[in-house]
Ligand binder design. Structure first.
Ligand SMILES: *Cc1c(COP(=O)(O)O)cnc(C)c1O
Length: 238
């Protein structure tokens, strides 16, 4: 870990925070969204540099890779968000090491997480991932099946359902991105109106922050803009 790298991360983090605050201001959002620094593919030293610069929430997508980093950084009291696709053979590790999971799109995975959440930990905080652009190959629950999944997850004892997450299809068309985020926000409001105590709309990444914040995101997940591009891979992911 060089001093230059620490300074770079701290500078980029500040720029991202300023950008989010500026967008929130422009769209008259009372509370700017919270920031998750997505640290997948980057080493624990980079996360520590961000933590020293005041960042507390971190996002990871690969269970194996994340476990090592979470253990190395245990003394810093960071908040860990699992944001990647989750298979059933990895649920125990996620239930044991993470505070939040954003990528629930099946009842079976949610049930495993609830069963496997260690009794010594607070409930696992959950967002349901919605396939908002309606692409057949993308992960996320179909909007038509969301109500059923909401009902199931809301009943699980060790999970706390907090809201919705989406990764809209990448498109250079800003209007289409906003439409996708708008649709997720509408769905979120519909669930809130039914009395569900949801407070989290997890949407927005490095490339689509503005559209997401304009459409009501409460939690953005930013990797590249903070840590740089993920051209390298670190061992032990999977
Ligand atoms: C990698 C990832 C991000 C961060 O993406 P950037 O474009 O690097 O900001 C956000 N959300 C999810 C689900 C991711 O997998």
């Amino acid at each position: 870990m060089t001093e230059e790298r620490s300074a770079e991360i701290s500078d980029r983090l500040r720029q991202v925070r300023e950008k989010i605050a500026g967008i929130a201001d422009r769209y008259r959002r009372e509370t700017p969204p919270a920031l998750i620094a997505v640290s997948k593919n980057f080493p624990a030293a980079d996360i520590l540099a961000a933590a020293v610069a005041g960042q507390r929430r971190f996002g990871e997508s690969y269970v194996q890779e994340a476990r090592g980093k979470i253990q190395q950084l245990a003394e810093y009291n960071l908040e860990w968000h699992f944001i990647g696709p989750l298979q059933s053979n990895k649920t125990r590790a996620v239930a044991s090491h993470f505070d939040w999971v954003h990528s629930i799109d099946r009842g079976a995975i949610a049930r495993r997480l609830s069963n496997q959440r260690p009794p010594s930990l607070p409930n696992l905080q959950i967002c349901l991932q919605v396939n908002i652009s309606g692409e057949p190959s993308k992960s996320g629950v179909d909007v038509s099946e969301l109500d059923e999944l909401v009902a199931e997850v809301a009943d699980l004892p060790r999970l706390q359902l907090r809201g919705l997450m989406a990764i809209p299809a990448r498109t250079p068309d800003v209007g289409r991105r906003r439409a996708a985020f708008h649709a997720l926000h509408d769905t979120f409001l519909r669930l809130q109106k039914r009395g569900l105590p949801l407070d989290t709309l997890s949407m927005g990444m490095s490339d689509d922050l503005e559209a997401a914040v304009a459409e009501g995101s409460t939690l953005v997940r930013v990797g590249t803009a903070i840590f740089g591009s993920r051209h390298h891979k670190i061992p032990g992911r999977g």
